[in-house]
Design a protein around this ligand. Structure first.
Ligand code: ADP
Ligand code: MG
Length: 440
């Protein structure tokens, strides 16, 4: 299965990213759909969790029709894990005692969060809520672009609260996992457990609420969970890439509930903040990097902090490979390859949808909609195909951007177009033309 995964990543990633991220990882064990993978550093681990884990789930689906659950470990964690495993003295009860803590990323604390112009409001609100949960800003809603620190702040609130109240019950969940959890509970007839888990917490953190789809009444369940927690003065924190009223799949009553609290946006960091973030990461990783090199790297990547971290890892890997110190010219060389692929990451699904709709002279609304006429279905599938090819978005995300479709619909569209492209020269031409328009 690891081979298969490697092949898939190889196809999707450029050579340098592949070498940096995938080639350095090694599978440790595979049992009961649990795949444990060792990666060289905490940064690698974050990158895997954030950007590559989706593919593992999908591959599992395609190969076995079942989800695969990856766990990433740094070498130190892997050591501990191996030692634990050997004597066969695993005590599941013990592990279950601290479930809420385990869901929070230990790196995402207030201490590691750098405050800058774009996030100071959000940071301040997060502090208030962590100190005094459930009383002032409820719910607290963070919105802003990808990789700007929404998830980080959310976890920081959790950590802070646990520090003051070690027994506080905290639940962090992405809206996708909330949906999956809910649907699985229905299937297994374990609704009571589900409600016990979600409705008895002191702090509920729900990430990326824009992906909350209404499968089997998920939104209804979420609404009721929200109500119950809210009425009991339990704190709720939510994130999204945009304001609640701009999320098309979100029902009105949820939008209006969210307006009861405080919404704060996070905007991209300025150069100074980006440099400070890099400095902090470099310190945490014990890297020696001159200040001018740090600000050089910060100058190369101007929007997304996750990419900024990726750039740092790349520079680090580059220096390690050549066994030299990190300097500005080395950083420039290391980042050259990154820049040429950078625009790939910058293409948005919306941009693809707009261009495809324009190209085929159909309304954007229809492209994202449900109409089943061929003149719309094929362009829709092309747009899904291109979203898969030209962006890093996961299948569920792409599906969500197409009016809340299932990830299997996206897989199907992708396969269909891929198949058609092999024999249909006209379509080949069209897709090539659209690609050119999109990539400029
Ligand atoms: P989002 O949830 O908004 O997409 P994340 O919270 O996942 O973004 O942040 C992406 C990465 O950038 C994380 O590794 C996070 O630790 C880091 N990061 C974001 N903002 C900051 C900040 N202000 N200071 C330090 N690190 C940050
Ligand atoms: Mg996030």
């Amino acid at each position: 299965i690891w081979k298969e995964l490697q092949e898939r990543y190889k196809k999707e990633m450029n050579f340098v990213s592949y070498n940096t991220w995938v080639d350095t990882a090694k599978p440790l064990s595979f049992q009961d759909n649990q795949l444990i993978i060792e990666v060289p550093s905490e940064l690698h681990k974050n990158y895997w969790e954030k950007n590559l884990a989706g593919q593992i789930l999908e591959t599992g689906y395609l190969l076995n029709g079942e989800e695969l659950f990856p766990t990433f470990m740094t070498p130190e964690e892997a050591d501990v894990y191996q030692k634990k495993k050997e004597p066969q003295a695993v005590q599941p009860e013990q592990a279950e005692e601290v479930p809420s803590k385990a869901m929070l990323n230990p790196k995402y604390t207030f201490d590691t969060f750098v405050i800058g112009k774009g996030n100071q409001m959000a940071h301040a609100a997060a502090l208030v809520v962590a100190e005094d949960p459930g009383s002032i800003y409820n719910p607290l809603f963070f919105y802003g672009g990808v990789g700007l620190g929404k998830t980080h702040l959310m976890h920081a609130i959790g950590h802070q609260m646990l520090q003051k109240r070690p027994n506080a019950r905290i639940k962090y969940v992405s809206s996708e996992n909330f949906t999956n959890d809910f649907i699985n509970s229905i299937k297994r007839k374990e609704m009571e457990e589900f409600r016990n888990e979600y409705r008895t917490v002191d702090l509920l953190l729900v990430d990326d609420i824009q992906f909350l789809v209404n499968k089997e009444g998920t939104q209804e369940e979420f609404f009721n969970t929200f109500e119950e927690l809210y009425l009991n003065n339990k704190q709720i924190v939510l994130t999204s890439d945009r304001l609640p009223n701009e999320i098309p799949t979100l029902p009105e009553r949820l939008v209006s509930r969210f307006a009861w609290g405080l919404s704060v946006d996070i905007t991209p960091p300025d150069l100074e903040t980006r440099t400070a973030i890099l400095r902090k990461k470099a310190e945490a990783e014990n890297l020696e990097i001159p200040d001018d090199t740090l600000s050089y790297i910060a100058g190369q990547i101007d929007s997304n902090i996750r990419e900024l971290e990726g750039a740092l890892v790349r520079v680090q890997a580059f220096a390690a490979m050549r066994n030299v110190d990190i300097t500005t010219s080395l950083a420039a060389e290391a980042l050259k390859a990154l820049k040429s692929t950078h625009h790939l990451n910058q293409v948005s699904i919306l941009h693809i949808q707009e261009e495809v709709a324009k190209y085929y002279h159909i309304p954007l609304k229809d492209l994202k909609g449900k109409k089943r006429v061929k003149s719309i279905v094929v362009p829709r599938q092309i747009a899904m195909f291109l979203s898969r090819e030209l962006t890093d978005n996961s299948l569920p995300k792409i599906g969500a951007e197409f009016g809340g479709k299932d990830h299997t619909t996206v897989i199907h569209a992708h396969e269909k177009i891929q198949h058609l492209l092999q024999s249909d020269a006209i379509l080949q031409n069209e897709v090539a033309e659209i690609k050119q328009i999109i990539l400029g």
